[in-house]
Design a protein around this ligand. Structure first.
Ligand SMILES: [Zn+2]
Ligand SMILES: [Zn+2]
Length: 350
């Protein structure tokens, strides 16, 4: 098969579209013919060697797959050849540990992230994924854009619904609103009946942020404090929920926008060694605030995202589709922060 292979860490050019043996299919795995794979900042960090957990090179990157099953392992019961499926970021979770049994599979200590280890990943014509990390795509969804359902949408559903417990009528701040995850957070918060304030540092992304449904847009220079701007559009009250998609550079402002009883969910922090942030503990205590974090998506959350997409309530935002041989270009766009929405890679025509 053809695949994008990176033999070692380095610049985007270390990724080459080349011939490689198809992955072996374990008894609990399905072999998926890839229709499209999302390009995610995760792969940029892996490729650069900047990811905390490290990776096992050589690799085929990619974990946001949509495709059709062409072969199933002997132990697979819930899927058959011909099923159209979307991957849930991981090649496998154990399904047996305490975290998995509590529905917290995102924190399974034995999980294997798809595309981080060895020559099996989504930037390829074929990929092997365990049945515990696949979900069938409902027949009402035909677009390949659904590839990003888990990473770009499911993570935000996890944060808003299951971690922040967003309630009807509350006010939500989405930071980094113009990025691939932020645009989906805006849509989910609107569907949930929230008033949405979107913070972005990019003038070029304002239109997309507005189109996603933001009620208010706060445009500030990168690294500049935006708390007073957010407080100004909430009559000084602040926000009930803050989705913090940026990290340390934004965190102090994000906390300062929290209303009484507000909940902040930290989703993004892309720096390997982020700077330490100062905390005004009296300010925190006086407002009864909650600081939590959320990462990735459970299978149930992914199923719920697909239901929302099928009903037309949430739309995956994909702004560019490139052939896999141009994976280096896709990574350059991600590294430069130019992408409004997500980038999809599709196998080159053979
Ligand atoms: Zn991703
Ligand atoms: Zn587990």
């Amino acid at each position: 098969m053809k695949a994008v292979v990176a033999l070692e860490t380095g610049p985007p050019e270390v990724m080459r579209w080349t011939d490689v043996a198809p992955p072996a299919v374990a008894p609990d795995e399905c072999l998926v013919q890839v229709e499209a794979c999302g390009a995610c900042m995760h792969e940029v960090l892996v490729r650069r060697g900047d990811r905390k957990e490290g990776a096992g090179f050589p690799i085929i990157p990619g974990h946001e797959v949509v495709g059709v099953i062409v072969e199933v392992g002997a132990e697979v019961t819930g899927f058959a050849a011909g099923d159209r499926v979307v991957s849930n970021q991981r090649q496998r979770v154990c399904g047996k540990c305490r975290e998995c049994r509590m529905g917290r599979e995102t924190r399974c200590p034995r999980k294997v992230f798809l595309g981080d280890i060895g020559l099996n990943g989504g930037y390829a014509e074929l990929v092997a994924v365990s049945d515990g990390s696949l979900v069938k795509v409902p027949p009402g969804i035909t677009s390949p854009h659904v590839a990003i359902a888990s990473c770009a949408i499911g993570t935000q559903l996890n944060a808003l619904r299951d971690v922040a417990h967003l309630e009807l009528g509350e006010t939500v701040l989405v930071t980094g609103a113009g990025g691939g995850v932020g645009l989906h957070a805006i849509q989910l918060a609107k569907v949930s009946g929230a008033r949405v304030i979107a913070q972005t540092t990019s003038e070029e992304k304002v239109e997309a942020v507005r189109a996603a449904g933001a009620d208010e847009i706060v445009l500030t220079a990168r690294g500049q404090d935006y708390a007073k701007d957010v407080l100004a559009v909430t009559d000084g009250r602040g926000c009930d929920v803050v989705l913090e998609n940026v990290g340390a550079v934004s965190f102090p402002s994000a906390v300062a926008t929290l209303a009484l009883h507000g909940r902040l969910v930290l989703v993004g922090e892309v720096q390997k060694t982020p700077p330490t942030v100062a905390a005004n503990l009296n300010g925190w205590r006086a407002r009864d605030i909650t600081i939590r974090s959320a990462a990735s998506t459970t299978r149930r959350q992914l199923e719920d995202v697909l239901t929302l997409v099928e009903r037309g309530l949430v739309t995956p935002v994909v702004t560019a589709t490139l052939p896999m041989s141009q994976a280096p270009e896709a990574h350059r766009i991600l590294e430069n922060g130019q992408a409004t929405g997500r980038i999809l890679l599709v196998p080159d025509a053979s």
